[in-house]
Design a protein around this ligand. Structure first.
Ligand SMILES: [Fe+2]
Length: 382
C-alpha cells in the first residue's frame, strides 16, 4: 500500500504498530499543529524543500529501521517525499491521503454504554482537536451533542445505525472549533438546541434551552436528557445529564481541570459564576455519574483502557482536588487568575462563525478550525 487515511492512522496508533511520522510541512506549521495520538508518537519534521535541495542528506536523517508515514499540508508534497525515499532505496513508506486537514477533522466513534442497553451512547473523539462530541440513539432517532463541522459524518453515522438526527444540542458557544449544529440542522431539518445565554445574538433559528427542561424522544421508556444550566466557562454553558447515569459536561467539567472562565475577558465575574456553578449545581451530582467532557488535554491521564475519555465524577473530583477542594470564592478566583494564559486570536472569529455572523468559505474554515483546543482552566495540573 502506498497511502493511508487519517482514520487508519488512528487505528495504527491504537494497535501499537511500529512506524515513524515524517512531517514535511514547514517548521512553523509543524510547531503550531502536529499529530498527537493515544500513544507516544514518534515524529520527525524535515521540510519538503530539504528533500528537493538535498535529497540524499535529507533521506539519511530518516531512521531506516522503521516504516515511515509521510504527512504534509495537502498530500502532494508527501507523495513527492515518499517517491524520493523509495527512489533512494527505502521500503515501507506511505503518505497521508488528503493531508493534515484530514487528520485534524477525523472523528473516531467509541460506544460508551453497554451493548445490551435499550439505547446507544457514542463518543466521537476528534484527536486532532482533542475534543469530543456525542450521539444518543433511541429507536430511529439520534440526538447529537457538540458536533464538529463535518456535519455529514454525523448524518452518515446516524444512517449507519438506522436512525436520523432529530436534535443537535450545543453545550455552549464554542470558541475553539467550528460547530456542525447549523450544518446538521440544514442537512436533515434537526432542531438546533442551545442556551440563550450564549446564543441570543445568533442568527440561527434555534430552540432556546431552559434549566430543568427535559428531552426524551417523546417516549416514556426512552432515556431522559436533562438540561442543567451551568454557567461559568460561558454564560450559557449547559450540562446534559443522560438517563441519570452520564454527565455530558461540555467545557464545565473536564476529567483533568475545569473549563476556563477567562475566555470572555471578564475573568473575575465569570470565575465567580463558575465557582457558584461548581458548588451549587455540579458538586451536588452523584459520584457515580460518568463524566463525558467536551475536551481533553492528555490521553495518558484522561482516557480509559479503550481510549474513551470518561471517568466517574467521584474520581474526577479526587483527581482535581486542587480545584474542588477550594471552599472560598476568593480563593477560586485567585486560582483562576494564577492559571490564566493567552487565548488564540482566532477564537473571536470562531465564535462569530458559530453564531452565524461570519460565513467564511470552506478553505478559510479549515484553516480556522485546525489546532488543539485551549479550553482547560489549568494547563499543568497532574
Ligand atoms: Fe469551550
Amino acid at each position: 500500500m502506498e497511502s493511508f487515511t487519517a482514520t487508519e492512522l488512528f487505528y495504527s496508533f491504537e494497535n501499537g504498530e511500529d512506524f515513524i511520522i515524517l512531517d514535511v510541512r514547514n517548521e512553523e506549521d509543524y510547531s503550531r499543529f502536529s499529530i498527537e495520538g493515544p500513544v507516544d508518537v514518534l515524529s520527525l519534521n524535515i521540510p519538503y524543500f530539504d528533500f528537493i535541495e538535498r535529497p540524499e542528506e535529507s533521506v539519511a536523517k530518516v531512521p531506516s529501521d522503521s516504516p515511515v508515514r509521510v504527512i504534509c499540508a495537502k498530500q502532494g508534497s508527501s507523495e513527492f517525499v515518499r517517491d524520493v525515499l523509495m527512489g533512494l532505496g527505502r521500503e515501507n513508506v506511505m503518505f497521508l491521503l488528503g493531508g493534515i486537514n484530514t487528520w485534524g477533522n477525523v472523528l473516531i466513534p467509541k460506544r460508551i454504554n453497554c451493548e445490551d442497553s435499550s439505547y446507544e451512547l457514542w463518543q466521537f473523539n476528534r484527536p486532532g482537536k482533542a475534543s469530543c462530541s456525542y450521539g444518543l440513539i433511541y429507536g430511529v432517532e439520534m440526538y447529537v451533542f457538540d458536533p464538529s463541522k463535518d456535519g455529514q459524518f454525523y448524518v452518515g453515522f446516524a444512517e449507519s445505525r438506522g436512525a436520523k438526527i432529530s436534535h443537535t444540542f450545543e453545550t455552549h458557544l464554542q470558541a475553539d472549533y467550528i460547530s456542525g449544529s447549523a450544518i446538521i440542522a440544514d442537512l436533515v431539518g434537526a432542531t438546533f438546541a442551545a442556551h440563550p445565554g450564549d446564543f441570543s445574538g445568533s442568527v440561527y433559528d434555534y430552540h432556546p434551552l431552559s434549566d430543568g427542561e427535559v428531552f426524551n424522544f417523546n417516549d416514556e421508556s426512552a432515556p431522559v436528557v436533562q438540561v442543567v444550566h451551568s454557567p461559568g466557562h460561558t454564560p450559557g454553558s449547559t450540562t446534559y445529564v443522560i438517563d441519570e447515569k452520564f454527565m455530558l459536561s461540555g467545557d464545565t467539567v473536564f476529567i483533568v481541570s475545569v473549563g476556563r472562565p477567562d475566555l470572555g475577558k471578564q475573568v473575575v465575574a465569570w470565575a465567580k459564576t463558575l465557582y457558584a456553578t461548581l458548588q451549587e449545581r455540579i458538586m451536588v451530582m452523584p459520584d457515580d455519574l460518568l463524566v463525558l467532557p467536551g475536551h481533553f488535554t492528555d490521553w495518558s491521564k484522561e482516557a480509559d483502557e479503550n481510549n474513551r475519555i470518561v471517568n466517574d465524577f467521584g474520581t474526577v473530583k479526587r483527581i482535581n482536588e486542587e480545584i474542588y477542594g477550594i471552599d472560598k470564592e476568593a480563593d477560586f478566583v485567585a486560582y483562576i487568575e494564577a492559571n490564566m494564559r493567552a487565548q488564540p486570536e482566532i477564537y473571536n472569529q470562531i465564535r462569530k462563525v458559530n453564531s452565524g455572523l461570519l460565513t467564511p468559505c470552506e478553505t478559510e474554515q479549515g484553516v480556522m478550525d485546525l489546532g488543539k483546543n485551549e479550553c482547560a482552566a489549568s494547563a499543568n495540573i497532574v
